[in-house]
Design a protein around this ligand. Structure first.
Ligand SMILES: Nc1ncnc2c1ncn2[C@@H]1O[C@H](COP(=O)(O)OP(=O)(O)OP(=O)(O)O)[C@@H](O)[C@H]1O
Length: 292
């Protein structure tokens, strides 16, 4: 049990949605389908020259990166590199002092987190945002619930058959089919992370932002996550951007990797390109150049 990571109040901070705007994805032929997304070569997410300061600290210094539609893109770097800050800008929890963030052609630099719903963006958090006193199914339904609230203004409306089917299907996909009625607080940590992922998927995202999805997972759970993320990308067409320290996962699944150190991008490329990059090796060995 991980009480310290469980929320106790209402509200779905972890997810944002718009099913109608977010073509979907699930793999079966039922109404639970998340839909089918059109994949083209155009950059889906375009981060351009963002700057974030915390008082005198330059946390992100002119970072630019492009994420292609339907790909898995990882943002990595040593502790304090500026990854979470960048992630928070992309999900509109922070607004950069300079620079621009464009998602699918729309400038979202100064959007608010709740506006990401309409753009089909879901995110998970480093510290899980589950509701410990609710069941697994109820937690997952909150994703669809927030969609209903946005589209129909009916937060308290009972979930329809389509939402229930979708959630059941998602819980099966993340390996929680046998835990529908378990309280979230009674799940082990690995299953709690999978539940948070299912809830994010319940909003039918086009872009899935994952903050350290493999942190605290055992090897077998990481292998499951590996398979699931590939499937979400390849079969369901979801674009995935993850911040992650578990290199086993990053190197295995990423189409492209952006490496940050001291607030700046120091490398970018395929796993093979990044792995052998001397600046990356240097940064991870703690010899990176400090920012001014
Ligand atoms: N809210 C904040 N107020 C002040 N400083 C902050 C804040 N958030 C982050 N920082 C600082 O900004 C820098 C970048 O932090 P950030 O959390 O983005 O790094 P990170 O790469 O995500 O690190 P980690 O891998 O440890 O999570 C660090 O020096 C951090 O201490």
């Amino acid at each position: 049990m991980n009480d310290h990571v469980l929320k106790t109040g209402p509200g779905v901070a972890a997810t944002a949605v718009n099913a109608s705007a977010a073509p979907s994805v699930l793999a079966n032929e039922t109404t639970a389908s998340l839909g089918t997304q059109t994949v083209d070569a155009k950059s889906f997410l375009d981060v351009s020259g963002i700057v974030v300061r915390f008082g005198g600290l330059l946390a992100v210094n002119g970072l630019s990166m492009q994420v292609e539609r339907g790909r898995i893109h990882a943002l990595i770097g040593p502790n304090g590199a500026g990854k979470s800050t960048t992630f928070n800008c992309i999900s509109c929890y922070y607004q950069p002092a300079q620079g621009r963030i464009v998602l699918d052609g729309e400038d979202i630099t100064h959007h608010r987190p709740h506006q990401m719903a309409a753009l089909g963006v879901a995110r998970t958090f480093q510290n899980l945002e589950l509701f410990g006193e609710l069941t697994v199914r109820e937690n997952a339904l909150l994703g669809t619930h927030s969609h209903a609230a946005r589209t129909a203004g009916m937060m308290l409306r009972r979930p329809g058959a389509e939402a229930r089917d979708l959630v059941d299907h998602l819980l099966e996909r993340v390996g929680l089919a046998d835990h529908h009625d378990t309280l979230a607080s009674n799940l082990d940590f690995g299953r709690q992370k999978m539940l948070e992922l299912a809830r994010a998927l319940a909003i039918k995202p086009k872009l899935l932002l994952l903050d350290e999805p493999a942190a605290g997972l055992r090897n077998r759970e990481i292998e499951t996550l590996d398979r699931l993320l590939r499937e979400l990308c390849e079969r369901d067409g979801i674009t995935v951007l993850l911040v992650e320290h578990v290199m086993q996962l990053v190197m295995a699944i990423s189409d492209r990797i952006t490496v940050m150190s001291f607030g700046e991008k120091i490398a970018e490329g395929t796993p093979e390109e990044v792995r052998g990059n001397p600046r990356v090796i240097d940064a991870y060995l703690g010899k990176g150049t400090h920012r001014g």
